[in-house]
Design a binder for this molecule. Structure first.
Ligand SMILES: [Zn+2]
Length: 354
């Protein structure tokens, strides 16, 4: 017995959760989703790409909505199969993100005449290194399939529309000095001591909060690592602190780097950029996205952390996270989802899509 896409999305969530699908072990779940879409939602063109399943309508609607969900999970933690207790479904993948997948698949199979054309992207390997990410592979191999006016990723967002995302850079702030025996410290120049001024600037730093399209992004500039020291009797000639800047998406990576240089201006240090990922503007003012916000009753908030939303933003497509489940429970042994949220998200998206 395969997946029944027309069943209640709560039951469909349980059916998906009970197909184990740790990253790179997604052939079975992809097979079942592909078969179910081909037989139960014949108004979709269906294509298979590795362990991703893509489906789209071509009804000539004025706008296209892309619904995307990853089918992989982190390794199960002795928390399968799923079970329901006190209004919550427990198990690996219940919130991240098979409940979101279930909502999308159910809507695809029950709305034959949507008001927007729909593209459905069920993709593999989101939970591991980004070079393996199925969405990245689709972007390289089937870029045409990612064209849309708005993209909705069904990641757990507590039923809020989470839009955009912050950018992140890491820099190593390094001080140099002169090595010497600590018994004759005046012959040396202590690199660790020079970091004191760096840490003072970080402690005094006042991060911005920025409102963009109704989403408030709170920035943060933090030391995340410190290195230095040679031996218990040596004045060190090198020391560094690694600083992570999480910045609102109204700054580009270049602007963020320039800002960090400003913060440490005048200090005797070198600053090296080691890692960068751009943020994503929420883009909620665009019509297809604005209609989604309206359907959700304005329940919008900023997304913290980097997600696949940014991939769509880089393609110029407004993208949001919207799915059942508390993002803070993802990847935990006690992962679970309130089943009422599955119903609420389904109802809201049905209003939007019909
Ligand atoms: Zn996820």
């Amino acid at each position: 017995m395969g997946l029944d896409l027309r069943a209640d999305p709560i039951a469909l969530t349980a059916a998906l959760v009970d197909i184990p699908s740790e990253s790179r072990h997604e052939q079975r779940i992809a097979d079942e989703i592909e078969t179910a879409l081909r037989t139960q939602a014949p108004w979709f063109e269906v294509v298979r790409n590795g362990d991703a399943v893509l489906a789209r309508t071509d009804l000539g609607r004025p706008s296209r909505v892309l619904l995307a969900g990853h089918t992989d999970t982190v390794p199960a933690a002795d928390n399968l199969p799923s079970h329901i207790k006190n209004g919550e479904m427990w198990g690996c993948g219940t919130s991240d993100m098979k409940s979101g997948d279930a909502v999308f698949l159910h809507l695809a199979a029950t709305i034959a005449e949507p008001s927007h054309d729909i593209t459905l992207v069920m993709y593999d390997c989101e939970e591991i290194e980004s070079s393996a990410n199925g969405l990245g592979r689709i972007e390289r191999e089937l870029p045409d399939w990612l064209k849309a006016d708005v993209a909705i990723l069904g990641e757990p967002s507590g039923g809020f529309i989470e839009a955009g995302c912050q950018g992140t850079i890491r820099v190593v702030v390094a001080a140099t000095g002169t090595r010497a025996h600590s018994a004759r410290s005046w012959l040396g120049d202590n690199a660790i001591h020079k970091l004191g001024a760096v840490l003072d600037r970080l402690t005094a730093y006042q991060p911005r909060s920025v409102d963009i399209d109704g989403c408030v992004y709170r920035e943060g500039l933090s030391a995340v690592r410190i290195d230095g020291g040679i031996a218990g009797n040596v004045i060190p000639d090198a020391a560094s602190v690694t600083v992570n800047f999480r910045f609102a998406p109204d700054r580009s990576v270049e602007a963020a780097v320039a800002h960090v240089h400003e913060v440490f201006d005048g200090l005797d240090v070198d600053i090296e950029l080691t890692d960068a990922a751009a943020g994503a503007l929420p883009g909620l003012a665009k019509p297809a996205a604005a209609a989604l916000v309206a359907a959700a009753g304005g329940q919008v908030r900023a997304k913290y952390g980097w997600t696949d939303v940014s991939r769509f933003a880089a393609l110029g497509i407004p993208a949001v996270n919207y799915g059942p489940g508390d993002p803070n429970l993802a990847h935990k042994v006690d992962e679970r989802v309130e089943v009422a949220q599955i119903t609420a998200v389904t109802d809201m998206l049905r209003r939007y899509l019909t």
